[in-house]
Design a protein around this ligand. Structure first.
Ligand SMILES: Cc1cc2nc3c(=O)[nH]c(=O)nc-3n(C[C@H](O)[C@H](O)[C@H](O)COP(=O)(O)O)c2cc1C
Length: 197
């Protein structure tokens, strides 16, 4: 059995490139794995719950990949079960590039970044688009009521494969909220020093 990610990504030309550059043997271990790794474990569930954004790739009918950023409050990408995640798709520039691509080809690829801890998770999936008029309960489950954005549809992703990447070349970056938390002791120290003057 292969890991699901190798099943999806190790195409003939990818395998040929691995042979060309001498890594075919090293990569063949992914094709001999006992676990397909296509179910969320506690590790992925916790990681997803902490994200406030991700990048998503879809495939257009012209064969071009299309990458777009999706952002929202922490936890807006929701785990529905160990093979399903979903999010509320907000109204944007009304070009509908991603959603249009998905209507022709339901394959999606996500990369979720944790810059502060230098971690990244890749997810491959197939998408079902859900609307409020036919699936109000599902849309309510995906919505973040406290966030000011107009929800146009739900994007429900059936997970086909997962893969964690190594931290190499990830520059640590911190969100405003993370910086504010980190400087609490510094601010306290400044206040303490001010009292001494
Ligand atoms: C008024 C408005 C204008 C926007 N203009 C742009 C833009 O010029 N370029 C862009 O990449 N995103 C823009 N965005 C953000 C996108 O609309 C948003 O990311 C949306 O999800 C795009 O989805 P799509 O790329 O799949 O069509 C804009 C959003 C709004 C609300």
């Amino acid at each position: 059995m292969a890991t699901a990610f190798a099943d999806i990504t190790f195409t003939p030309s990818v395998k040929a490139a691995q042979s060309q550059y001498g890594s075919r043997e090293r990569n063949s271990r992914f094709e001999l794995a006992t676990d397909p790794r296509n179910q969320l474990t506690e590790q992925e569930i916790d990681f997803i719950a902490q994200r406030d954004s991700f990048y998503q790739a879809t495939v257009s009918e012209s064969g071009w990949p299309y990458v777009q950023h999706r952002g929202g409050p922490i936890g807006f990408l929701k785990v529905l079960d160990d093979r399903t995640i979903g999010f509320a798709d907000f109204r944007g520039n009304v070009q509908y590039l991603s959603v249009g691509n998905l209507q022709a080809n339901n394959r999606i690829s996500l990369i979720l970044m944790d810059y502060a801890n230098r971690q990244r998770l890749k997810i491959w999936g197939t998408v079902r688009i859900a609307h409020a008029d036919t699936e109000p309960e599902l849309l309510a489950q995906l919505e973040v009521p406290t966030y000011r954005a107009r929800v146009e549809r739900g994007i429900v992703i059936h997970i086909e494969a997962l893969d964690w990447n190594c931290p190499q070349h990830i520059t640590p970056r911190y969100s405003q909220a993370q910086v504010e938390e980190m400087i609490v002791p510094l601010m306290a120290e400044i206040e303490r020093l001010k009292q001494l003057v």
